[in-house]
Design a protein around this ligand. Structure first.
Ligand code: DSN
Length: 422
């Protein structure tokens, strides 16, 4: 058997090009301040499960009902992970096989709807997700989509307007969830609206699953028919997804995932999700979730102090959406300059953005990754100051180089989980 060091040498010897690229990416992840709100650093334990021999298997079906022999350990593993998911999120049924968030949402629609049925979700440029009914996505091509938006002045969801739209459109399903909404969802009210119009209620908690576990975001479990989530954002697991639901939907959900949409589950990912769920069921993780929000608030407060316009005026979750319109720089230009300065963000539309999605007015930032490194409010204020400098002079390579060096020094004091020291 190979020890860990030999295993790494095997990759180096077999494929030096891939080995080198992974090494470069490791350095990049260690030396930069990663503020993409949908990314994180997994633990060494999650990495090990992801890279295990479980990748060698095929296990179509579910525990006890497989189409392949050799499932003794896989059945135990998947059942364990299902049980952990049910316990952590307080739900009756968990399907841990979806390959990622979009397939999880597609499976949910396939389980509950007929083609052409009406989906009502939050518009993508207002913070929603492609799969919540955005025009270019399957969710609008195979189903009929209506979209709710945020208020033009407050940038908040106006629940009275959502209710009015639901009563007018009578959707078959209402979807709540977002990729760029810096505020909390009122799942209780959305569940109530869904019941009033006899619609299913899907809560897509991909971005906020870890915050819900930590008790710093309202819990959709008492209100939603189905909850979908990716496992790699605030939940800090591998790239995967889960569908959590009431028992009455369990059979339909399972059938939709397999055999309707997917083949064999990725057992190495299932194992790594299980490790992440175990880690998330600790006091340490709950403290981590609380700190994510404290850090986002500190970052937002310092940016406001420095004259940045923030969508909705701040945040109460893990992300901040900056509108750069009055800074005279596009989101794309700012994001690229920040990346050269060692601060990784993504350009993003802001609500009612007059610019196009490929060159929008905003950038989106978030604190899950920096919080995983142990950074706190003081570090957030330093990061905001660097962002201010870079955005003010995006073409000044002296500024970007100096900030990149300073950011690298800060990162050296906060080693990234799962990345070996060089
Ligand atoms: N791509 C994810 C994000 O960055 O928010 C959503 O799927």
């Amino acid at each position: 058997m190979l020890d860990v060091k030999e295993a790494k040498l095997a990759l180096r010897d077999t494929d030096p090009e891939i080995f080198a690229l992974i090494g470069e990416e490791e350095r990049y992840q260690q030396d930069s301040i990663r503020l993409i709100p949908s990314e994180n650093y997994v633990s060494q334990a999650v990495l090990e499960a992801s890279g295990s021999v479980l990748t060698n298997k095929y296990s179509e079906g579910y525990p006890g009902k497989r189409y392949y022999e050799g499932q003794l350990y896989i059945d135990q593993l998947e059942t364990l992970v299902q049980d952990r998911a049910k316990a952590l999120f307080g739900v009756e049924h968990a399907n841990v096989q979806p390959y990622s968030g979009s397939p999880a949402n597609l499976a949910t629609y396939d389980a509950l709807l007929e083609p052409g049925d009406k989906i009502m979700g939050m518009s993508l440029p207002h913070g929603g997700h492609l799969t919540h009914g955005w025009s270019v996505n399957f969710s609008a091509r195979f189903y009929t989509a209506v979209q709710y938006v945020v208020d033009e002045t407050t940038h908040l969801i106006d629940y009275d307007k959502v209710r009015d739209l639901a009563k007018k459109e009578r959707p078959r399903i209402i979807v709540a969830g977002a990729t760029a909404y810096p505020r909390q969802f009122d799942f209780a009210t959305l569940g109530e609206i869904a019941r009033e119009v006899d619609a299913y209620f899907l809560a897509d908690i991909a971005h906020i699953a870890g915050l819900i576990v930590a008790g710093v975001h309202p819990d959709p479990a008492p209100h939603a028919d189905v909850i979908t989530t990716t496992t790699h954002k605030t939940l800090r697991g591998p790239r995967g997804a889960m569908i959590l639901c009431k028992e009455e939907h369990a059979k339909a959900i399972d059938r939709a995932v397999f055999p309707a949409l997917q083949g064999g589950p990725h057992n190495h990912t299932t194992a790594a999700i299980g490790v992440a769920l175990k880690e998330a069921a600790t006091d340490e993780f709950r403290a981590y979730g609380r700190q994510i929000v404290r850090n986002a608030k500190a970052l937002a407060a310092e940016l406001l102090e420095r004259g940045f316009m923030l969508v909705s005026g701040g945040t109460d979750n893990h992300l901040v959406l900056i509108d750069l319109t009055d800074k005279g720089v596009t989101g794309k230009k700012a994001a690229k300059a920040l990346d050269r300065a060692g601060i990784v963000t993504n350009y993003n539309t802001v609500p009612y953005d007059p610019r196009k999605p490929f060159s929008p007015s905003g950038i989106r930032i978030g604190t899950p990754s920096v919080t995983s490194r142990g950074m706190g409010e003081d570090e957030m204020r330093r990061i905001a100051a660097w962002m201010d400098e870079v955005v003010a002079s995006p073409d000044d390579e002296d500024v970007t180089k100096r900030v990149a060096a300073e950011a690298k020094d800060l990162c050296a004091d906060f080693p990234a989980p799962g990345i070996p020291a060089s």
